[in-house]
Design a protein around this ligand. Structure first.
Ligand code: HEM
Length: 467
């Protein structure tokens, strides 16, 4: 029985599983509108669901089978054809979109760039951007937010993480036009980067999709911008040799086994993929965290108290992170309920068996992280917001493959430490100074096209926290 003094746990916005089998046109239209609407209800209760819609497919929610796909037999489960089809026109051949030897040498070369020491070196940029974001929000409070008292925190978080990725790439960020890049990425994912009926029908990638032909040049401006930056950095030997930013690190990066360095196109594609893969995902983790906290006063106060004890009213910095364990629990829980990368996919390269079921060469294997993170066999009260799901003893007891916001195995997100550091710094900085409350009557609908976004942004009431 619930104690009267205890408020009921918050059950945030959710897209329930589909009860009826879907026809091909229904799947295509749901996948283009909101991929969460393609997840069958039984996927939240069973370890694996299989079917055939022109091609054979499997949805895998069993941690043991996920471990096989992402670690033990990783070479037998390359990213599905869909990943390069959707992403290559934007980010070419890069760590994100390659397989086999091409992926291996690039990943080996780039891995040291994201080590802890380098992340700490980049962290003052994160602290500065977090401070500017809190100031901007505080100023909007003074200006009355156009009389509404409400800010779109999704938009604010995208601004903050975009500033950080630009500063981290080029210590200073000069030369990158956020409006151009943001606009191009949005246009891209609304057209070329959207699932087409030809993808679901298994039509090979070399047959161009109509949207691809019609929107061929959307990324041109962004590509040119990054190319110019690389050229000017190469031309100035001094900053090329010494620059402590991602561009500098990448220019100097080499495969430790072969000494191979990235040519300009590979370098550009990887920098673009850091921008595309890195900033919106982290902004989403933050926006969903703020939504969850805004609806749970006890968690909000606990997180704010912790932030104030660690960093006072000032911005949080890397050295505060060890004193911010609850902030990290909130972020982990937000990425459980709303994993920014909510649906991953692979293709079986050989015949195999998962959960005792036959998987044939060529089958599509989807990893619906959203369903895994709300799975009834893996989580207590899976639909409720509870940052204590990530209290140290609980997190330690859990199967590593039950919680996969950053993936796992050799293809685990290369930017994980970067984004966890920036997200904790931003969240702790905001909560020490500001209070967030829901906008009455608004429930953000979770929608997955490429990432898991709140439809219509994330409007929240923002006020100053009492001194
Ligand atoms: C909250 C923020 C982020 C989330 C949730 C996230 C999630 C993921 C996931 C799930 C994967 C694995 C995809 C798969 O296995 O199919 C991945 C890979 C990747 N991520 Fe992230 N990511 C985030 C931030 C970043 C940042 C900040 C960067 C770069 C600065 C980045 C760059 C990459 C790259 C390059 C890969 C491909 C790695 C490889 O295939 O070897 N991500 N990310």
């Amino acid at each position: 029985m619930l104690d009267d003094a205890q408020p009921a746990p918050f059950t945030p916005a959710h897209v329930p599983g589909v009860m009826q089998p879907m026809s091909l046109p229904q799947i295509v239209s749901a996948a283009r509108r909101n991929a969460l609407e393609t997840i069958p209800a039984i996927a939240y209760r069973q370890p694996m669901v299989s079917g055939k819609t022109i091609i054979r497919w499997h949805m895998v929610m069993d941690p043991g089978a996920l471990r096989r796909i992402m670690l033990d037999a990783v070479d037998d489960y390359p990213k599905s054809e869909l990943t390069p089809r959707l992403l290559r026109p934007a980010i070419g051949t890069s760590i994100f979109t390659s397989e086999g030897d091409e992926w291996r040498w690039q990943r080996r070369a780039a891995a040291p760039i994201f080590n802890h020491r380098k992340m700490v070196a980049l962290s003052p940029m994160m602290t500065a951007a977090a401070d500017r974001t809190a100031e901007r929000l505080a100023k909007s409070i003074d200006d009355g937010f156009d009389g509404t008292g409400v800010a779109d925190v999704m938009d604010e978080m995208v601004t903050a993480t975009f500033e950080i990725v630009c500063d981290a790439l080029l210590s200073g960020g000069e030369g990158l036009d956020r409006r151009e890049i943001g606009g191009a990425i949005t246009r891209y994912f609304d057209t070329i980067g959207k699932v087409s009926i030809l993808d679901i029908a298994g039509v090979p990638n070399w047959i161009p999709r109509p949207s691809q032909l019609m929107n061929r040049g959307v990324m041109n401006g962004t590509v040119e911008m990054v190319d110019k930056l690389i050229a000017s950095r190469r031309a100035s030997l001094e900053s090329y040799e010494g620059a402590d930013d991602l561009l500098g690190y990448m220019l100097r990066a080499e495969d430790p086994e072969t000494g191979q360095k990235m040519d300009d196109a590979t370098l550009r594609n990887n920098l673009l993929s850091f921008i595309v893969a890195g900033h919106e995902t982290t902004a989403l983790a933050l926006a969903w965290s703020l939504y969850l906290l805004a609806n749970d006063n006890a968690a909000l106060d606990r997180a704010a108290d912790e932030s104030r004890a660690a960093n006072g009213q000032g911005p949080a910095a890397a050295e505060h992170l060890e004193h911010l364990p609850y902030i990290r629990q909130v972020l982990d829980e937000a990425m459980r309920l709303y994993p920014p990368a909510a649906m991953l996919s692979r293709t079986a390269r050989v015949d195999d068996e998962l959960c005792g079921r036959e998987v044939r060469k060529g089958d599509l294997v989807t990893l619906p992280i959203y369903a895994l993170h709300r799975h009834e066999l893996l989580w207590e009260n899976p639909l409720q917001f509870n940052p204590d799901n990530f209290a140290p003893e609980k997190a330690k007891a859990r199967d590593r493959y039950a919680y996969l916001p950053f993936g796992a195995g050799p293809r685990v997100c290369i930017g994980m430490n970067f984004s966890l550091m920036e997200a904790a710094i931003i969240l702790a900085t905001l909560l020490a100074r500001l209070e967030f409350a829901p906008r009455p009557g608004h429930t953000p609908e979770p929608v997955v096209t490429m990432t898991l976004r709140p439809k219509g942004g994330m409007p929240l009431k923002v006020t100053r926290r009492a001194q």
